[in-house]
Design a protein around this ligand. Structure first.
Ligand SMILES: [Ca+2]
Length: 509
């Protein structure tokens, strides 16, 4: 067991200390321990008319797998109840305008929508408890809508009659507090014998700067109630690396590879690298296309393969299944689809055998660094604002800060237009012979560019010519040693069609 993994466990235990949980290290262990497990969380979409109306028996195949000979495997130990829209198309996260963003009336609807689902799940668990097939209570996580800063006329909380304006942090947290307290009160009065409210889930899958305080205050509110705070950011989301500072207890990172094969198979290696760096868990993703598209079926199996290979399954995991794909696999007459349900069961138990005909998952590695990196800002190097083109970076120094991990689709990289340039000035004349850089790599894009050096900012010499070909992620180029005071990158092409060049880190040796 690596030191990093031990550290992860220690952190998790310290967070979980107030509540009596058991970490499911030993996956061969059945569900017979008396305390709550938190290992496999299934997302259950519930609410709008688009969703399944979950009844008691629908939940049985999520709780228990039966192999046809009365041998049982306990499946999901925790359910995250989630909804992001109303039946009339208003969004609880990511609305574009006042009209399609949820208001108080919608939040109230959402706060009540979980009840029938919880009742049926509680009954399903009770049935299995009575039969002695399942022994544990089931954990529940409830979604908190994002109080969208665009909404100035949210409506008023029933008890106080004052209209809330989500431009104000105070009003955002008031709405969240009302919602959380209503859910907690419901759990107290409903007295679900077989369910434990574990905590709340933050629906916004990326956390912009203006929402940070609200998220932190929500975390405090939840922790005061001795509950846990969960988040499942998308692959290019902002602030994933800061999840602990934001107050979350558990984060599951979305690879987003299943849906369109985004990033190629390399995406899974990069996911593995990032979840280790960010010290978080992963989300497994599947939808109904596992039954209609071979590419999707293979990609889902590659998630399981990656989980076994990289050890994602040693930590708690979240399972996205669109509406009810796992139920459809269970009910399917087609052996191929039914086998996927069996695979999920064996995966959860820890007895899944990865298919031998899948290609190996390429690992993502940071290239070795040797010698003094002259480009690093700590060595006195400065980024010069471009003389031509335009620079859109929030912070151009992100390219020379030595950080090759903390970046998203919108932050953590320097950026210039095409045409344009990113230019640095070393503290003194230095002798350089190698440039290595990390081009933005959170999608499939490739770039073409050249690197030039100069002693006087007047006469420039090209040392790297990548004006042809497809250049993605890390680039390492060497050339005969020579003196330079300035170095510039001239971007020529971005395969996404954006006239932008995004540079996560530049190293010069
Ligand atoms: Ca950087």
């Amino acid at each position: 067991m690596s030191k990093k993994f031990l550290l992860f466990l220690l952190i998790e235990f310290s967070i979980l200390a107030p509540i009596n949980y058991v970490w499911a290290f030993d996956k061969t262990k059945d569900a017979s321990c008396s305390s709550q497990k938190l290992k496999n969380i299934c997302l259950i979409y519930n609410g709008s008319t688009l969703r399944r109306k979950w009844n008691v028996n629908d939940f049985i195949p999520y709780l228990i797998y039966e192999d046809g000979e009365k041998n049982y495997i306990s499946l999901f130990d925790t359910f995250l109840l989630i909804e992001y829209q109303t039946s009339d198309g208003k969004f609880f996260w990511g609305g574009n305008n006042d009209e399609n963003t949820a208001n108080m009336k919608d939040w109230e609807w959402l706060s009540n929508i979980w009840e029938s689902c919880l009742k049926h799940l509680n009954e399903a668990v009770k049935k299995l408890h009575q039969k002695g097939i399942l022994k544990n209570a089931i954990g529940i996580i409830i979604t908190i809508p994002e109080p969208d800063v665009k909404i100035q006329n949210f409506g008023s909380i029933p008890e106080d009659g004052i209209n809330l304006n989500f431009n104000k942090e105070m009003d955002r947290i008031s709405a969240v507090r009302w919602y959380v307290e209503k859910i907690v009160a419901h759990f107290t009065s409903a007295n679900y014998d077989h369910l434990n409210l574990l905590g709340f889930y933050w629906l916004g899958e990326s956390i912009p700067q203006e929402m940070e305080d609200t998220v932190k205050d929500t975390a405090k509110l939840i922790h005061q109630k001795n509950l846990l705070f969960f988040w499942i950011p998308y692959f290019t989301a902002d602030n994933v690396w800061r999840w602990h500072d934001l107050g979350f207890d558990y984060v599951f990172y979305q690879p987003n590879y299943f849906f369109r094969g985004e990033g190629g198979i390399e995406r899974l290696g990069l996911t593995a690298y990032r979840i280790e760096k960010f010290n978080c868990g992963v989300e497994i993703e599947l939808d109904d296309r596992v039954m209609t598209s071979e590419n999707h079926r293979v990609r889902f199996l590659q998630y399981l393969q990656s989980a076994v290979y990289f050890g994602w399954d040693k930590k708690p995991m979240a399972w996205y299944q669109s509406n009810d794909t796992i139920f459809k696999l269970y009910r399917n007459d087609n052996e191929k689809h039914k086998n996927l349900y069996r695979d999920i069961a064996h995966f959860i138990r820890g007895t899944y055998q990865t298919l031998s005909n899948l290609p190996p998952i390429p690992e993502y590695k940071i290239p070795p660094r040797a010698g003094k990196n002259w480009a690093h800002r700590d060595n006195g190097t400065k980024v010069i604002e471009p003389s031509s083109g335009f620079c859109l970076s929030q912070n151009p120094e992100w390219a020379i800060d030595g950080d090759v991990d903390s970046y998203s689709g919108t932050s953590g990289f320097a950026c210039c237009g095409i045409p344009g340039e990113i230019k640095i000035k070393f503290a003194n004349n230095v002798v350089v012979s190698r440039v290595q850089m990390l081009l933005f790599n959170l999608d499939n894009r490739y770039y073409q560019y050249c690197v030039e050096i100069s002693e006087d900012d007047q006469k420039w010499k090209t040392v790297v010519d990548k004006s042809q070909g497809e250049h993605r992620g890390w680039q390492i180029d060497t050339f005969p040693s020579q003196s330079a005071r300035y170095l510039r990158i001239i971007p020529l092409f971005n395969s996404t069609g954006q006239h932008l060049f995004q540079l996560v880190e530049l190293e010069v040796y």
